[in-house]
Design a protein around this ligand. Structure first.
Ligand code: BES
Ligand code: MN
Ligand code: ZN
Length: 499
């Protein structure tokens, strides 16, 4: 896969700019500012004519192409809306419009010219970060199992930004690096999620963890196979892989960016590399989408990759519970009772509620790291899609401060979540006559009862659960989104800034 290089650059005069594409940010206002008038003159009046003809209105994210002049092959106008009313969502719209247009042209390099934004804007770094993030996301193409003739690689290789009117080159560079880092993290997540279940198995995820650790000196990896997990007593996790010929794995990725003694932030990912439902077999339609059921695990990889690129000064432990959920003569049956690592027994009433079975053991396991906070990420329930569609991630937590931090991180990063209750009344649905708890509820609120199940294994620390069944992937065009990596990395950056 080709990489996209995004840098900040000191400005020069118009006639010295040389590029396949000049990207011009245009604010929505009554008349062109001085710098845009200068550019218009340089382009022989085509900018003012396009606006006067109403072929282009600079609303947020609107784009149009003009032919270039001199050493500029082409010019892309990108509308930025009314900057006095700029909201977090505007930055994303501007960046998405810009990125889409650039990826669909033949330019190998581009210059983003910000000097058309004549008025001072608040937090220009946020706009620059979002531009780098969206460019990096748009540059990603799934290719591993595709013929190159079908999908030629992206042309665009280099983008430079001349932000002198907005902020210093140094702070622009920091913002662009941050956006790129989050984009690279999210793209790693997307690649793992998009890979088919016959390639991306629990053992493949373990190999990927080792590969990631080779790329960053602050990372180390340890992997538990089924024998080691059995010795520890992780029978809930192991029960999910019973029916599969693919052995389960518990993968631990440690990132040490802070002092050795400082308590880590733990990310726990659901890594079901394929979910058939097991003996409680799913219907056939869209079952292929269940290769995405390791989206939580993939977001742990992506967030840690981004944290390492950003050199965050904190410690992070990522734990991935990886298994394949299949029916067979050895598979777990409805009514089976297993003993979890915590000692609690679980009656498995539905083998399709397998995510919570692997997560509960992983959540018990992480208490050995004396975590500051623990967040699990899982494509846990279809019910969260009924509640929130594909817009927001479901947030559940036993700690208000942590829940609010995640909500705020979601707003700042344009990767939003919404909180649900996990009241005692819901917990009662999980009572079982044959075990300490059952793995499904019976009275509705499926996403909440799933979270309540997890909450019974996380009483010793501050914990949040992210249900990403609706946000980790899209139906059309089919593929992974890289969410909730932007939210998680924003949260980790905020926690880094506190120390
Ligand atoms: N992986 C699924 C959840 C899911 C469904 C993710 C649709 C993405 C799209 C999960 O393992 C599951 O099967 N959950 C069941 C729980 C039920 C049996 C209590 C569900 O949501 O139907
Ligand atoms: Mn399932
Ligand atoms: Zn599942």
């Amino acid at each position: 896969m080709s990489v996209l290089n995004i840098t900040a650059k000191a400005a020069t005069t118009l006639d010295q700019l040389k590029s396949h594409a000049l990207v011009v940010l245009v604010p929505e206002r009554k008349s062109l500012g001085a710098r845009l008038r200068e550019l218009d003159k340089f382009l022989g009046g085509s900018l003012s004519r396009t606006i006067a003809n109403r072929d282009f209105t600079p609303t947020c994210g609107a784009t149009t192409w003009l032919s270039g002049a001199d050493q500029l092959d082409r010019v892309l106008l990108v509308g930025c809306g009314d900057l006095s009313q700029r909201a977090p969502a505007s930055d994303k719209k501007i960046a998405e419009g810009l990125s889409r247009a650039l990826m669909n042209c033949a330019a190998k390099d581009a210059i983003i010219w910000t000097e058309g934004l004549s008025q001072k804007i608040k937090q220009p770094e946020q706009l620059l970060e979002q531009i780098a993030l969206q460019l990096t996301l748009a540059h990603y193409q799934y290719s591993q199992t595709l013929n190159h003739r079908k999908k030629p690689p992206r042309e665009l290789r280099r983008v430079s930004v001349t932000p002198t009117n907005l902020c210093t080159t140094a702070s622009a560079k920091r913002a662009l690096d941050a956006g790129s880092a989050i984009g690279h993290g999210a793209n790693l997540t997307r690649e793992l999620v998009n890979l088919p279940g016959n390639i991306c198995t629990p053992r493949y995820l373990a190999a990927e963890a080792r590969k990631l650790a080779k790329r960053h000196s602050e990372l180390s990896v340890s992997i538990l196979d089924e024998r080691k997990m059995a010795d520890l007593g992780m029978h809930s996790l192991l029960s999910v892989g019973n029916g599969s010929d693919e052995p389960s794995r518990l993968i631990t990725l440690k990132y040490q960016g802070g002092p050795a003694k400082s308590r880590p932030y733990c990310l726990v990912g659901k890594g079901i590399t394929f979910d058939t439902g097991g003996i409680s077999l799913k219907p056939g339609a869209k079952m292929d989408e269940m290769k995405f059921d390791m989206g939580g695990a993939a977001s742990v990889f992506g967030s840690i990759h981004a944290a390492a690129l950003l050199k965050l000064p904190i410690n992070i432990v990522g734990v991935i519970a990886a298994a394949e959920n299949m029916p067979s003569g050895r598979a777990t049956k409805p009514g089976d009772v297993v003993k979890s690592l915590s000692g609690k027994t679980i009656e498995i009433l539905n083998t399709d509620a397998e995510g919570r079975l692997v997560l509960c053991d992983a959540l018990t396991y992480v208490s050995r790291f004396a975590p500051e906070e623990v967040i699990d990420i899982a494509t846990l329930t279809g019910a969260i899609i009924v509640a929130l569609g594909h817009e927001a991630t479901g947030i559940f937590s036993n700690d208000d401060h942590l829940a609010n931090s995640l909500l705020e991180a979601g707003i700042r990063s344009h990767d939003r979540g919404w909180r649900f209750p996990i009241w005692e009344e819901y917990h009662r649905q999980l009572e079982s006559p044959f075990a300490d708890l059952a793995n499904i509820g019976t009275g509705g609120a499926g996403s909440i009862t799933a979270a309540c199940f997890l909450a019974q294994f996380t009483e010793d620390y501050k914990w949040a659960h992210l249900d990403i069944a609706g946000t980790a992937f899209k139906g059309s065009p089919k593929g992974a989104t890289g969410r909730p990596v932007p939210m998680l990395v924003d949260y980790l950056r905020e926690r880094s800034a506190r120390r």
